[in-house]
Ligand binder design. Structure first.
Ligand code: DAK
Length: 260
């Protein structure tokens, strides 16, 4: 039996990565971060994977945060190093994935767990989901991109409320403020995430990759998002996917995108 903390399964183009550390409510320790980063990286070059779903094991938690027991005795230098390493190797890598990443939030998504979901492109929550950034209650602040990505997703005012109160947002409130894209009963979560993945997969893989790149460009310092879009748009015309997509439309058939 494998000791892996990340269980992976591929079903017709969809890779599901399940964080499996149920005894700690799937909390992110160094091993989880490292294995997850590796799995995301490997998925980028695997042609049989088109969309990635990220979820947690069990029915209680997606991820209950960074592992508090692991970082409790850190000093400033160690904290900074861990934040830098985590952001570079996992959180930014997920956000910049060339394949869409969907978070299927099956319960608590707290601290680093919500930050992980925020790094994904889309979030689907089960009705029992409870989400928040409780770091200030521990005397810290979010360190895996939460202070930046949460305002991008819900707006500055709501982000301040969530971060400064350290409170938990339930699924319905999360839907109302745009924190999650969809809410479904827990037993339908995997199916809902799979349905979303399959809708994405009907489209050109190359265009999905470029669209992610163009959206993210607008959040990068020193980059004009509109100019980045124009450049990405222009480049699309040279792709085999574009040729196939337009040809299929004219020939009134479904496109068979080569993904190039
Ligand atoms: N870390 C480690 N263990 C955790 C954990 C966590 N975040 N969350 C839960 N567990 C463990 C519990 O200790 C318990 O283990 P045992 O005592 O049985 O050994 C087990 O999971 C079950 O949890 P509970 O018994 O507490 O379960 P309940 O249903 O009673 O409560 C809960 C569920 C989610 C409300 C509660 O477990 C809870 O409040 N958990 C902590 C939530 C939280 O504060 N999460 C951390 C947020 S801060 C950093 C970068 C980022 C961060 C930190 C550093 N650097 C770069 C340095 C981010 C920090 C955070 O994520």
């Amino acid at each position: 039996m494998s000791d892996s903390l990340i269980h992976s399964s591929i079903n017709a183009g969809v890779l599901t990565l399940t964080i499996t550390r149920p005894e700690a409510l799937n909390a992110l320790n160094a091993a989880v971060i490292s294995e997850l980063a590796e799995a995301i990286e490997n998925a980028q070059t695997q042609p049989d994977i088109q969309v990635i779903i990220l979820t947690g094991s069990g029915e209680k938690a997606f991820v209950a945060g960074a592992d508090i027991k692991e970082f409790a005795n850190f000093n400033a230098k160690q904290g900074k190093q861990l934040a830098q390493h985590g952001q570079d190797h996992l959180f930014n890598r997920i956000e910049r994935s060339t394949k869409p990443v969907i978070a299927a939030i099956n319960g608590f998504a707290l601290g680093g767990g919500l930050e992980l979901a925020l790094a994904c492109h889309v979030r689907i929550a089960s009705e029992n989901a409870r989400m928040g950034l409780p770091e200030v209650s521990l005397g810290a602040i979010p360190g895996y991109g939460g202070t930046q990505r949460l305002p991008q997703v819900v707006g500055k005012g709501k982000a301040f409320e969530i971060i400064l109160t350290a409170g938990m947002v339930n699924a319905a409130d999360g839907l109302a403020c745009g924190l999650v894209n969809q809410v479904v009963p827990l037993e339908s979560l995997a199916e809902a995430a799979d349905n979303m993945a399959r809708k994405m997969m009907k489209n050109s893989p190359r265009a999905l990759q470029t669209a992610i790149q163009a959206v993210l460009a607008g959040y990068e310092e020193g980059i004009n998002g509109f100019e980045a879009e124009i450049s990405c748009f222009g480049a699309s015309f040279e792709t085999e996917d574009f040729k196939e997509g337009t040809r299929a439309f004219i020939e009134k058939r479904k496109p068979q995108f080569p993904g190039k």
